[in-house]
Design a protein around this ligand. Structure first.
Ligand SMILES: Cc1ncc(COP(=O)(O)O)c(C=O)c1O
Length: 445
């Protein structure tokens, strides 16, 4: 019997013992091609010698010094590196332990900015339905995933939710991209008017939607309209690139593909690439300066933030991303993955949509392609895909509820940036029968 209180008490998890490039090996010697990168984390695979050496070296020098007394060399160097590649003006960095904490920090920093900017009436956060920003209470309150929110609803502070940009299901057949973006922009602006523009604090969105909607990029022009509206009414724009940032979509920052600069940009996952747990918020200097010149201190912090060994690991990861041309590689391999997914699934009777960018892709599974009718949630198609894939030596990231938190099944793919072309063949060769087996089981019900 295990003493670990695992996520799902009904599952006997294999014991992962070793990593080798894009593979995880369990205690029975089974090899799993990691097509999910853990959860869009392990961009350099599982055994990068340079990153491991950098962490070891830092541990020998100094593992940890609390940030209320000291800064550290790796924290300073990592902040310099992040600032040097950041969108214009975003040259301050707040460290966190993971994605949820980065989002929590961004929400609190937005509020502190309002106080320091002399606008204490600004407190209302607007986010999107079908989003995910983390599982801590503030991040969960911002998130719009009904399934994840429901059990904790009585504990969540009220926030406002507008429509996501989910073209496959929510863009009308005759609606142009411009008209769709405009409709969503109007909904945001109407919401701000309803709240009262002076009370609205920030709009939060994933630049490319991650696990909940499944690799859904916005239609062109959507984020520019959002930025204009935030500027017009004095809201901060907080972009969550915890999953889609730091190269995953084929740009260092996904917001540059949308032509916008946010006020706060949340990062995690690929920042430490699984070698260390670490998150960060890139802060526009306009926000940082407002705090610095008023209260002078951000009234927030956690014991392990800016952990020296974590920063050393993330620094080595981010140097590798830059020095080894990883962002270009994501674009190349992304084309390779997209073309294989299209070749294999474009006419598949149960794949309704193939969407994504860079090395972040999703197959949305449907019962009927023509009507987009989803599978009955009771059949748990997503869970079966995960099981069938693991039986075949593949980890992918299937999720339920992309339509409304309950209905809809999709399979998210986020392989390591180091993935090789033959491994993309292996990915598709294992995924296709796993999907077919899962659907056959659902149809027998
Ligand atoms: C977009 C997004 N934001 C925030 C989070 C939360 O990150 P973490 O699980 O590291 O707390 C996630 C995790 O999947 C995410 O995808």
């Amino acid at each position: 019997m295990t003493h670990v209180f695992h996520r799902d008490q009904r599952v006997a998890y294999p014991v992962a013992v070793r990593g080798e490039g894009c593979y995880i090996i369990d205690s029975q010697g089974r090899r799993y091609l990691d097509a999910a990168g853990g959860a869009a984390v392990s961009c350099l695979g599982h055994d990068d010698a340079e990153v491991i050496a950098a962490i070891e070296a830092q541990l020998r020098r100094l593992p940890y010094a609390v940030t209320s007394f000291f800064t550290s060399e790796p924290a300073e160097a990592l902040a310099d590196l992040l600032a040097s590649g950041a969108p214009p003006g975003m040259d301050r960095v707040w460290f966190a332990l993971d994605g949820s904490e980065a989002v929590e920090s961004a929400l609190k920093l937005a509020r502190q900015w309002a106080l320091d900017a002399g606008e204490p009436q600004r407190s209302q956060i607007i986010a999107r339905r079908q989003s995910f920003h983390g599982n801590t209470l503030g991040a969960l309150a911002a998130g719009g995933n009904e399934f994840r929110r429901a059990p904790y609803a009585p504990l969540l502070v009220p926030m406002h939710h507008v429509s996501p940009c989910y073209a496959y299901r929510e863009q009308a057949a005759a609606e142009s991209d411009d008209a769709y973006a405009e409709r969503l922009a109007r909904e945001l602006e109407d919401t701000i008017h309803r709240i009262g523009p002076q009370r609205a604090l920030a709009f939060v969105a994933e630049t490319v939607s991650g696990a909940t909607l499944g690799a859904a990029a916005a239609v062109p022009g959507y984020f520019r309209r959002v930025r204009e509206i935030c500027d017009r009414h004095g809201l901060l724009l907080i972009l969550d690139e915890v999953m889609c940032g730091l190269g995953r979509t084929g740009a260092l920052h996904a917001c540059t593909q949308e032509g916008v600069v946010p006020d706060l940009l949340c990062l995690a996952k690929g920042l430490g690439a699984g070698y260390q747990p670490i998150g960060a918020v890139l802060i526009h200097r306009r926000i940082a300066d407002a705090v610095a010149s008023a209260s002078g201190a951000f009234q927030h912090g956690h014991t392990f933030m800016g952990h020296a060994a974590a920063c050393a690991g993330a620094l080595a990861v981010q140097r590798a991303i830059r020095d080894r041309g990883m962002v270009e590689r994501v674009r190349e391999r992304g084309h390779g993955l997209a073309s294989r997914l299209r070749a294999r699934f474009e006419t598949h009777p149960h794949v309704g949509d193939i969407r994504g960018r860079g090395l972040l892709w999703t197959l949305e599974l449907v019962r009927d392609r023509a009507t987009k009718e989803p599978f009955d949630p009771a059949h748990g198609v997503h869970a079966r895909v995960k099981e069938e894939a693991m039986l075949r030596g593949l980890t992918c990231y299937p999720m339920p509820g992309c339509i409304d938190g309950r209905r809809g099944d999709h399979v998210l793919l986020a392989p390591p940036f180091i993935v090789a072309e033959p491994q993309l063949d292996e990915l598709v060769d294992k995924l296709a029968p796993a999907i077919d087996a899962a659907i056959a089981a659902a149809e027998r019900k």
